[in-house]
Structures are given as C-alpha cells and as structure tokens.
Write a protein that binds this ligand. Structure first.
Ligand code: ARG
Length: 573
C-alpha cells in the first residue's frame, strides 16, 4: 500500500466513524511544507452534507482518525482542512523497506497484461521525428509497467502494407535487372522512395507493373512476396539501428505490422455486416456512428472497405484490436500515436466495442502526443524543409554532447569523453521529450536540453554522479544502515523517497512519463538541500551511517527512475 493509499484509507474510516461513510477523503500531498506532508480536504464536503460546521466536524474526524505510529502531528487548518505530518520513525522505516525491495515498493496489487502499440513507423520510408516521440514514450511506459510487475506485450504496428509497396518492390526488381546495386540505393530509403515515385509518375508501363505487384502481393504471389520481404528487412534494419542508438528495447519479435492482419480484413467486414453495423455508401462499406457527428450534425462515416474492394488503415486497426483481445488476452491496450489520429482511435474503439471485438472490461487508450516543433515554432524540419532523419538527429546529439563534455573536461581521454557524450546526448534528447506533458507540442531546442541546469537529463545525471562521488570518498559503508531522521531537510528527502510508489502508480494510470521526470527533478532538488543542510562525510557514528543510507536510497531511486525513462547514469562524468 502506498503512503497515499494508507492515509486515504484511514481518513475514509474516520469519516465513516463520524457518520459520512461515502464522503471522499480527498487526500493529497500537502501543497506547502508548512501544511505538513499530506492534507485531507474531504471534510468541507462532508460538513455540507451533514449541515455541520466544517471546523467542528474536522475536530471530530481527527478524534476518530487512527494514524498512531504514522503521523506525528494532525492539525485543522483554514475552513476545515486536515494537515498531516508523518512521523520521522515511520518515514525512516518506510524508506528502508522500500530500499530493500527490488521494485522499490512499486509492485502492483493486480498484475495486468498490457499491450503497448508504439514506434510503429511506416516502412516505405525512413523513420522520422514523429516516430521518435512514439518510440520514446512507449518504451518508457513499457519499462514502468514491467517494473511494477505487469506483463507488457510490445506491438510494433509498422506500416508494411498498401499500394506503395507495389511501387517499391517493382522498383527493386528494375534496379536488380539493370544491374544497379540496390542495397547501396537502399542505404538511403528516402532517396529510394523518391526515385521509385518518380518512375511511377513518369512511366505508365512502370505504374502498371507496380499496380500488378500490389495485386500479386495481396494474393500471396511467392516471388513478389519474397521481394517485398527483402525490402521490409532492409527497412527494419534501418529502424533497428535507431532503436539501438536510443537504447529502446524493441526487437523483430515485437513487429506485428498491418500486413499481419491481411487475412482478417474480409472476415472483420463480414462480421460487422452480420452485426448490422455496416451500411453501403457510394459503393464503400461504412460504419456510421451517432457518437461522432460532423459539422452538419450528421453521423460521421468510418470507412472499412473502399469502393474497389480494398481495405484501409481503419480496417486493420479493427482486426488488431480484436487480435489484442482474443489472442493476446490483454487487460489493457495502449496506442502511443500522434494526437492527430485522435478521431481515428475514438472510432476504432467505439466500433470495436459495438462489434464485440473487445470485451467491455478491456481498457483501450489512445496515448496521444503532440508535435515536435522547430525553434521557429513550426513542425520540426531540416533547414531545406525536408524530414529530419532520426539517425542524423541522434548523431548530432552525441556530437553536441561531445563538444560540451570536451570543453568541461578537456583532460579526459577521448574514449571516455565519447562514452559520456553518448549517455548524455541521447539522454538529453529523450528527457526533453519525456519531461513535457505528452499532449502538448514542444519546441526542440538543443541548448535547453543539453543544459546542466534545470529539469534536464544532464542535471539529473550529474546529480547522480555527485552522489556516486560521495560514496567513493566515504570508503566502505552500509547502504542499508538504520535511517534516523532529525533535520527538516532529512524529513523532506525521506518523504520524497517514500512517495516513489504512489508516483509510479500515477504514471502507469495516466500514462504520463512527465510526472516521473518532475518527481526526479524534485528528488534531486531535495537531495541538494539535504546535502547543504546536513553534513554527510563530516558527521560521525550513527548520524553519518544514516545519512549515507539516505544517500544510497536517493541514488538508487534516481538511477532506477532514470532507467525507467530509458536513460542511463554514469558513476563519473
Ligand atoms: N504507422 C502509423 C503512422 O506512422 C502509426 C500506427 C499506429 N498504430 C496503430 N495501431 N494504428 O502514422
């Protein structure tokens, strides 16, 4: 049970004891240290119900409130808030218990099976910055949920199907036939795509062949399929290079692309028809949803099969939802996809539920994210207005970090500086993304993300390194020595540490990694205050041992937290 749950339960019991069992306890971390550690704000609402004076009722609730051994002070404040200060001994024990647990006290009471659809680039082209956000956010959520004991099934729903692939395989064949080295051309997927498109637009015979290939591909023609597979293999290898650079845990086994649902598409539409959900409209098969009205107040159309019989992105997503429910038996499915696909997912979820493709108790969530902007406030592009390739962006991050490290630490040998630059550069890019509320657009700015001050990866990585250097100076010590809290700065630090489980619970429930970033930043700040106010190495005996144990718990929580964001730490930098 987290601190928050513990206090909420006790306050709820006290409210029940004074005759308002269904009044919410409304417990929250105190907004300021002078209000204690937690505040219960539920009394005012309860008093209204009972038509009683709220301060008087607060007094009765406090009399009934059993926080023996948990709180050292309980006070009424303002119109009837209850301020709770935790007992130092209780807090110390809480930190010690957490520090001794492999999950740092975050283990979920009920382990769920969670499908996370993330990264999911289109394989016709190279991965671009839009997929960076999905990849990083999805990876962080996967790590958090796994750490808490949930079973995570990653699904890389790559775009590997559709008419472009006819064109691309046709072009691959052509290059092969005229003896050009296609693997060379495919080093630059973007260029390959452009060249193929040019052929398609300019040469009618080529275009016809490309269309023929689409048909052959969909009907399972062995030769065309083999070519298509080769193309996918090359494209996926490009993605994997990016994953490796990012330290993202996706593998080939996680790839479950649009093509995988090919055989399910006709049955999905047939099923929708059988359930009376589909209407024919201008030759296309359409689901009309009352839930979604267009500008004129008419039900919005959700097309599942085109006039020419072809299926769409929308059809494969229905098949995927059904697969995730039936085959993967997920309790919860997360879709980490650009916010601009919001309507699409609301429609997928609604149709999937109406059709009974997913059970009522399976959670379906669109984990939407905003657009990455350039410094000019427009969607992030290269100087010439092209798409920014991820591989190049990450190379630049490492180079910039290398220059920075070299200027700070010119005497370090080059290999060491490169190693630090990799951890700091990639960490900075990821953290800059994860620390923003995911639904907002954010400006990609090298200088801010690489700063050693403020809510950045370098600041937190440096905070960790500072603690590591304390340990080196301390010599041998017991990381799990008895913690004794005496100073306010120790109390604040211990409280922050003890709140890690409830914080992670919130990250998992709301799928918002920026909560974790804000938490870690606060932890680093509270540690700094503690370190200023409470000498560690210069103190003696039990006090020194206790403070070193607090340092150890902080280091552990910092490195674990950063690790859950997919960011590494360094023992020295
Ligand atoms: N490939 C799509 C794109 O790049 C994203 C796919 C997201 N997942 C899904 N199940 N639709 O826009």
């Amino acid at each position: 049970m987290t601190l928050h749950e513990l206090i909420s339960t006790r306050v709820a019991a006290a409210l029940a004891a004074v005759g308002v069992p269904d009044a919410p306890a409304a417990v929250a971390p105190a907004s300021r240290p002078e209000f204690g550690d937690y505040q219960a704000n539920g009394v005012m609402g309860a008093a209204k119900k009972l038509k009683q004076n709220p301060r008087e009722l607060a007094g009765k609730v406090i009399d009934a409130l059993d926080l023996d051994g948990i709180a050292s002070k309980i006070e009424i404040a303002g119109p009837g808030f209850i301020n709770i200060t935790l007992d130092d001994g209780f807090l110390a024990a809480q930190v010690a218990r957490q520090h001794g647990d492999v999950r740092l006290g975050t283990g979920a009471d009920v382990a769920q099976k969670v499908v996370i659809d993330y990264s999911s680039p289109n394989l016709a082209k190279e991965m671009h910055v839009g997929h960076l956000r999905s990849t990083i956010i999805g990876d962080a959520l996967a790590r958090v949920l796994r750490f808490m004991g949930h079973e995570v099934i990653a699904q890389n729903h790559v775009g590997d199907w559709g008419t472009q692939f006819g064109m691309l395989t046709a072009y691959l064949v052509e290059r092969e036939e005229d003896g050009s080295d296609d693997t060379l051309a495919l080093d630059d997927l973007e260029g390959f795509y452009r060249a193929a498109k040019l052929r398609f637009d300019e040469d009618e015979a080529f275009a016809t062949r490309a269309r023929d290939y689409v048909v052959k591909l969909q009907s399972g023609d062995v030769r065309v399929r083999a070519l298509w597979e080769r193309f996918l293999d090359i494209s996926l290898t490009h993605c994997e290079a990016v994953y490796a650079k990012l330290g993202v845990q996706l593998t080939r086994d996680d790839v479950m692309g649009e093509s995988a649902y090919n055989d399910d598409l006709a049955p999905v539409v047939a099923d929708l028809k059988a359930k009376g959900l589909v209407t024919e409209s201008e030759g296309a098969q359409v689901v009309f949803l009352d839930e979604f009205k267009n500008k004129d107040g008419e039900p919005q159309a959700y097309i599942v099969q085109k006039q020419d019989g072809g299926f769409l992105y929308s059809t494969s997503d229905l098949a995927a939802a059904r697969y995730r429910a039936d085959k993967l038996k997920a309790d919860r499915a997360l879709y980490v996809v650009d916010a601009r696909q919001g309507l699409h997912f609301q429609q997928v979820f609604t149709v999937a539920r109406k059709a009974g493709f997913v059970p009522a108790d399976m959670q379906l969530e669109h984990v939407a994210f905003g657009t990455m902007m350039g410094e000019d406030g427009k969607p992030f592009k290269t100087r010439s207005g092209g798409v920014v390739k991820l591989a190049e962006l990450l190379a630049e991050a490492e180079q910039r970090a290398f220059d920075l490290v070299s200027s700070k630490n010119p005497d370090l040998d080059e290999a060491a500086r490169r190693q630090i630059a990799r951890v700091v550069g990639i960490g900075a890019v990821k953290y800059a993304d994860l620390s923003k509320h995911r639904t907002s657009d954010y400006v990609f700015d090298w200088n801010t993300m690489l700063s050693f001050e403020g809510n950045t990866a370098p600041y937190l990585q440096y905070a960790y390194t500072r603690i590591a250097s304390i340990f080196r100076q301390a010599g041998e010590f017991d990381a799990h020595a008895a913690i004794r809290i005496a100073e306010p700065a120790e109390h604040q630090l211990a409280l922050q540490l003890a709140q890690f489980p409830e914080l992670l619970q919130q990250v998992a429930a709301d799928t918002c990694p920026h909560f974790l970033c804000a938490y870690l930043y606060q932890l680093a700040t509270k540690f700094s205050r503690f370190y200023e106010a409470c000498p560690v190495l210069k103190s003696e005996g039990d006090v020194r041992a206790s403070r070193l144990a607090l340092c150890a718990a902080t280091a552990k929580t910092l490195s674990t937290g950063l690790g859950l964001l997919g960011i590494d730490v360094l023992e020295a930098m």
